[in-house]
Every structure is written in structure tokens, then in C-alpha cells.
Write a protein that binds this ligand. Structure first.
Ligand code: 5GP
Ligand code: ZN
Length: 114
């Protein structure tokens, strides 16, 4: 997707503070962090929203969570705890339409979320 900012981070057209990458998944620090650790985990495949996930993407979505688990360990927030969130569409606050898993940690998290 040429007009997708996260595809541009994947291609290197836009810089990203990358903390993890493999053949399927990329992770980088959020530009406007909402916690001391705020990393976005994205699939290299462009999928606009969770509504667009297909059965053949099941392994890919699992790999996003495996990456998040590894990053949480690398950031030393795994034991204390952290939150993973995927916003879908406008009511949930999605602003970038390439699915991304927010990994938030290193501060207490309120519940329910806003
Ligand atoms: P959403 O609101 O769609 O769930 O989350 C989009 C996230 O992407 C926001 O937290 C926002 O700060 C982040 N973001 C938007 N543009 C960029 C960018 O160009 N680079 C990085 N690293 N993060 C971005
Ligand atoms: Zn994209």
C-alpha cells in the first residue's frame, strides 16, 4: 500500500525506531508514546483492520503476539506486566489503517480502558 505510513516504515521510506523484526513482523517505538514502553507490532502484510483478518492470517497474528512477548522480555516488563491492544476502526480510536498491536508497559495500567 503506497499511501500507508506503516508500509512506508516497512519499506524504509519513513524512519522507524525498530526494536524487533523478522520475515513476517516488524516492531518499532510509537512516535507519541502513552507509556514508558510503547511499541507497535505490525505484520509486514498490509491488513487494514482486525475486520480484514482472514483465516490464512491466523499464524501471522500469532507471530505478532510471539514478537510482543519477546519485546516485553527484552524491555524487562514481562514480570511486572504490560498491556497489548489492537484498536479497530474509529470508535476504538484507530487512526492508522494497517493493523498494529500496541505493547504498553512500565507504568500501572487502569481498567477499564477509556
Ligand atoms: P491507533 O490510534 O491507530 O491505534 O494507533 C496509531 C499509533 O501510531 C499512534 O499511537 C501514533 O502515535 C502512532 N503513529 C502514527 N504515525 C506514526 C509514525 O509515523 N511513526 C511511529 N513510530 N508511530 C506513529
Ligand atoms: Zn500498510
Amino acid at each position: 500500500m503506497t499511501d500507508c505510513i506503516f508500509c512506508k516504515i516497512i519499506s524504509g521510506d519513513i524512519p522507524g525506531d525498530i526494536v524487533y523484526q523478522d520475515d513476517d513482523v516488524l516492531a518499532f517505538r510509537d512516535l507519541n508514546p502513552q507509556a514508558p514502553t510503547h511499541v507497535l507490532v505490525i505484520p509486514r502484510k498490509h491488513i487494514a483492520t482486525t475486520n480484514d483478518i482472514q483465516p490464512e492470517d491466523a499464524e501471522l497474528i500469532g507471530k505478532m503476539y510471539l514478537a510482543a512477548k519477546q519485546i516485553a522480555k527484552d524491555e524487562a516488563i514481562d514480570e511486572a506486566g504490560y498491556r497489548t491492544v489492537i484498536n479497530c476502526n474509529r470508535a476504538a480510536g484507530q487512526t492508522v489503517f494497517h493493523i498494529h498491536l500496541h505493547l504498553l508497559g512500565a507504568r500501572p495500567m487502569g481498567w477499564p480502558p477509556g
